[in-house]
Design a protein around this ligand. Structure first.
Ligand SMILES: [Zn+2]
Length: 95
């Protein structure tokens, strides 16, 4: 395995990469780097953006769970009401 030396376009540090590898991370600044026909491209991963996107998904999931819960308790209330009405009708008949 041959190591190729590239300069990280993000921080300027020298990074050694296995020849043929087209995706790696800078050991100095953590930037995601891509090698495209000998050219090093920074595909910077914005950690804050990743966390924000995850939180957005979590919030949406939470919202759906809450909506589902609300729908279920409403259904339960409705069923309870129907049972109450039926029971009342039956009881009235026996009076
Ligand atoms: Zn770097």
């Amino acid at each position: 395995m041959r190591l190729v030396q590239y300069k990280c376009p993000s921080c300027g540090a020298n990074v050694h990469v296995e020849e043929g590898k087209d995706r790696y991370f800078c050991s100095n600044c953590g930037a995601e780097l891509h090698v495209d026909s000998g050219e090093v491209i920074v595909r910077h991963v914005d950690e804050a953006e990743v966390i924000r996107a995850k939180l957005e998904v979590d919030k949406e999931m939470q919202r759906r769970i809450e909506a589902d819960k609300a729908g279920r308790s409403l259904r339960r209330l409705f069923i309870g009401l129907i049972i109450f009405v039926i029971a009342s009708i039956i009881l009235m008949r026996f009076e």
